[in-house]
Design a protein around this ligand. Structure first.
Ligand code: FAD
Length: 400
């Protein structure tokens, strides 16, 4: 069985490795449009941007792993089309046949429209190694950066900027940073953290347009004020890479629509990672996280091998800003109250409940709360919220 994987990122790498681990003997070809071997993205807005990590440490596998495993990597070249009838993909001037195809194409950051200056030199997004290498020289002390969007990636870039001595402003159109993904308590925690490092966070403040003729020089805000900037980082979300699937007539629904097993609407075509949406609690879900990319890809590998297994997502995520490690378990959609739990020292966690049902938690520098909360959520247990709030409660005992 000839397996082709389109997209040599987190999900593609996990899928290829898992297929071999499961004993797949046939050819595996993984095609990626980026020139680098499969690498992890999280450090791009953290240690790598800070200059504390070499590119080699981003690689998901040692360079000789792929040849050792007899996995053919075709890098720096996109798959431009897919024919689900003849079961072939086109790469450059080659047409490659497949028996099973996995689309692990990831996502693309939204950019600002050219009409408001989005194309000006000095405007960056943070997705690829090349993006970060291109912006790194800008990160020198005393320079002014305006970050458009107060989500996790924008805030991580803000933390790096502040640590390196830049003058950092974050613009957030919504009333609070992290509004789309977190509770007001979590937003307040990070607003205060950034303020304590000198970052200016401007909430309920949209961008009217970027300023500059040949290069960006500043930003005009929705209230008419103009602020100077030496460069701009845009962190306003991503869109799933669905182009080749859509052109091939594969069903989309907030990404490439899969069933619980990771199958798309086309025979022998599978999908996983940022680009794929899957059934979840009566609706559909698409996650943008490393844990999901790996777990879903591995289930797809098992199913390509005939396991017939459903993917049951157990969402988790993390973010590093300054000395704070945020760990998130579960999905907070539908929460109606937040329980705050103080841990040891600076540790604190916010627990999302709907009624008496625990949905998710955000743990700041509190690995124990995170581990227990994650386990509770995965096993469907919901401790009494008053027990969670009481610092005297032994969290591990709640797991029994
Ligand atoms: P990717 O890793 O993006 O891989 C997809 C690959 O497919 C890309 O190389 C893409 O260029 C390629 N591709 C697309 N179309 C084609 C084509 N037609 N032909 C060939 N190749 C193609 N997640 C966390 O859980 N925690 C974090 O702290 C965290 N931090 C992050 C920080 C940053 C800066 C970024 C950008 C992401 C972060 N994420 C984090 C998200 C995480 O990295 C993604 O969810 C994960 O990489 C998704 O894996 P993927 O394989 O679906 O996509």
């Amino acid at each position: 069985m000839q397996v082709i994987i389109v997209g040599a990122g987190q999900a593609g790498a996990a899928l290829a490795a898992k297929l071999r681990a499961l004993g797949h003997q046939g050819p595996i070809t993984m095609i990626g449009d980026e020139p680098s071997p499969p690498y992890q993205r999280p450090p791009l807005s953290k240690a790598y941007l800070l200059g504390e990590m070499d590119a080699e440490r981003l690689w998901l596998r040692a360079p000789d792993f792929w040849a050792d495993q007899n996995i053919t990597l075709k890098l720096g070249t996109p798959v431009t089309s897919l024919d689900t009838v003849s079961q072939t993909v086109t790469v450059g001037d080659e047409t490659l046949p497949y028996d099973a195809l996995a689309l692990t194409t990831g996502s693309t950051p939204r950019r600002l429209p050219a009409a408001i200056g989005g194309q000006l030199p000095g405007v960056y997004t943070v997705r690829t190694l090349a993006d970060v290498d291109a912006m790194r020289a800008e990160f020198t002390a005393g320079r002014r950066v305006v970050i458009v969007g107060g989500g996790y990636i924008g805030l991580e870039a803000a933390a790096v900027g502040a640590k390196l001595g830049l003058d950092v402003t974050v613009l957030e159109m919504a009333p609070r940073i992290l509004q789309r993904v977190a509770s007001p308590e979590t937003s307040t925690y990070f607003r205060d953290l950034h303020a304590s490092h000198g970052v200016k966070i401007m909430e309920s403040t949209g961008l009217d347009r970027l300023l500059g003729e040949t290069r960006v020089t500043g930003a005009r805000l929705s209230d008419g004020r103009e602020i100077p900037a030496d460069f701009i980082i845009v962190g306003v979300g991503i869109t799933p890479n669905t182009g080749i699937a859509e052109a091939a007539g594969i069903a989309l629904d907030n990404g490439i629509a899969t069933d619980a097993k990771g199958r798309t609407s086309a025979a022998n075509v599978w999908s996983a990672g940022d680009c794929a949406s899957f059934p979840w609690k009566g609706g559909r879900l698409r996650l943008e996280a490393v844990g999901n990319a790996i777990d879903q890809a591995e289930v797809v590998a098992e199913n390509i091998m005939g396991a017939g297994k459903d993917y049951i997502a157990a969402p988790w995520f993390w973010s590093d800003q300054y000395d704070c490690k945020l760990q998130i378990a579960g999905l907070n959609t539908g929460y109606d109250r937040i329980i705050t739990r103080k841990g040891e020292g600076e540790a604190v966690s916010f627990w999302y409940y709907h009624g008496n049902t625990l949905l998710a938690l955000d743990a700041m520098n509190d690995a124990r709360a995170y581990m227990v909360g994650k386990r509770l959520i995965e096993t469907g247990k919901s401790p009494d919220p008053t027990a969670i709030a009481d610092p005297a409660t032994n969290l591990k005992a709640l797991l029994k």
